[in-house]
Design a protein around this ligand. Sequence first.
Ligand code: ZN
Length: 385
Amino acid sequence: MSLQFKIEARSGAARRGRLLTPHGEVETPVFMPVGTLASVKGVSQDILEDLGVQILLGNTYHLYLRPGVAQVRKLGGLHRFMSWPRAILSDSGGFQVFSLNELRKVTEEGVTFRSHLDGSSHFFSPESAMDIQIGLGADIIMAFDECTEYPADQTRMRASMELTLRWAERSKKYFEAHKHEVPWATNHLGTAALGRPGERELAVNAGGGARETQTQALFGIVQGGMDTALRRESAERTIEIDFPGYAVGGLSVGEPRARTREVVESTVAHLPVDKPRYLMGVGTPEEIVEYARMGIDMMDCVLPTRAARHGLLFTSEGKVSIKQARYAGDEGPLDPNCGCRVCARYSRAYLRHLYASNEVLAQVLNTVHNLSFYLDTMRAVRHSI
Ligand SMILES: [Zn+2]
């Protein structure tokens, strides 16, 4: 069994549930912090554990380029490499190839693209994207898809959707044939010397010998641009291929927010009620609450971590731009209603000083608060369902 999903409560379209992965349990709806390069920028794994993070996202495209999948596989997979004992989800690489490569070339076979690091040429296909994700060893991995650009006309949206469907079939076929090659399926961490705390927890989470029968779970991705009829068709045909979970992709690509909401709401209506639903790459604190209310179970976004590094903080009283001079003498906490370690200890004046002085600690503390705020927001949503 690679993944189990239990729904424990419902309220309207929203659901509260539990995802059981080979690396522990994830309470849903969940916000997944983005750890692009096997690191949530500025925050160490022990702090992420303390914040209650149960699942992290890794970016296939970035990890493929650095440090490379062969290296990660040799070091026991992503969990062991980054000493993260809890669940991980990796994206397919399709979105990064789309967003970071203006010179990409898409054919039936796959996508040729240039590295944003050194301009070298690379190729991703559904098969190679599966091979890379199996080597990285995340608990949940994604079918290789084409993210349709916005705006796109009807012909283009359909062609792109059809390509993603063919790639979904190829992804599943390759995954089924190779899923037992995941590094932790054959890596007997539970029996040998368990030096690091992360590894001990790995063995406990996996229930000892049960680990060997566990594999990753491959999710399908619904595309179809901004056309709700195409989204419906994409959902129905992706469900026919049969995956243990479904993602809604191709949003937050420049369309108006109201359109994003319409597409999400209409797509969710066509997804199976008993499988996890993952909305990729959204959103603000208000938006993640709204999507959870629509019945989305999993979300990720770089917003809390990226905004934090630019001094933009989310609080119960709205957004705070900590760089502003008016905080220079402000002895109050960043957010009086936040229980995080940053708000419990430091003043706005100190956080403003750190940011203005370009101290590394500014990025750390700002990120810890923003992540806490997002995680608390989702906790509150779960309690309310
Ligand atoms: Zn806080």
